[in-house]
Design a binder for this molecule. Sequence first.
Ligand code: NAP
Length: 334
Amino acid sequence: MTDLGTRAARPVLSAGDIRDVAVIGSGPAGLTAAVYLARADLHPLVIAGEPSSTSDQPGGQLMLTTEVENFPGFPEGVLGPDLMERFRVQAERFGAEIVTAKVSRVDLGSQPFGVWTDDPGHAEPDHRVRSVIIATGARALTLGVPGEAKLTGHGVSTCATCDGFFFRDQPIAVVGGGDSALEEATFLSRFASSVVVVHRRRQLRASKIMQGRAFADPKISFVYDAVVTEILGDDKLTGLRLVDIVTGEARELAVGGCFIAIGHAPNTDLFAGQLKMDGAGYIRTLDGSSTSVAGVFACGDVQDHVYRQAITAAGSGCMAALDVDRYLAAQESR
Ligand code: NAP
């Protein structure tokens, strides 16, 4: 198995030193990178983020999940926050330094790179680094209606692959009209007793092939021209309040699960104008985790809008750490 740890021992860092590497983000991608970097004696600084009500909090989207049953190595399942705690302990065990702070600015224009966690207006960065791993993830867009935040993880989810299994034989709603919504609906129909797709317009945005697949599924039905105005339930989802935008009529739809599939947004605002991104704002990577700036690497959902799984994010975090090690070794041998 490929591993790091082949370089000469590095001196212990003092404040103000130029570090070999900073990892921005502490989801599965960032912390896996940290485990590998720490074992390679690269003393990674992990800037974990700060608690907030959205999914860009320390630990990433798994902090908003309850049971995780598809992460290999946990045959009994594991709670999302517990899994992230294990990642964190493992990274710290090998010497990763994890700080609870949000990056406010980066300067990737020249070496060493500058990373600010305090006032972005300060001339001097808080950290100077030879390489950076960006693992800031993506956030699922949410509706922002009453009940949604409270019931997320208690019947409301943004990931069918993660949570669909828990809704066996129950009626489920999927909100959205794009490819994600129809893909989720088709996936969920394996488990659910029925799936209702709730879309705010009459025309679906999804591709014809996805529409054809969903229309052919006898368990899937559609409610068009409807918006969700409230998600109902005290400690567990019981239904949705819908309003017909044409007639103004309100009604309740009883469901045991609700999947919000209205798109994702990568957490890349910090890097705008400094790295190449695709049209949706995801960082472009090539040759593994390399970005358009030498010495800057990206892993996890911030550069992947296709797979979006904890295990694929972790795998790409490992790749980024290996890429950093090779990059630093090549710089040293110049
Ligand atoms: P998307 O294409 O942007 O679709 C988002 C859907 O959610 C749209 O139908 C939109 O309605 C609706 N929506 C947005 N905000 C809403 C709100 N506040 N309330 C209610 N509905 C709202 O996003 P996506 O489906 O996640 O797809 C993203 C990209 O990934 C697309 O390019 C897609 O083709 C691709 N993708 C591909 C596959 C595949 O090929 N297997 C699977 C998934 C995703 P409107 O239509 O009215 O705007």
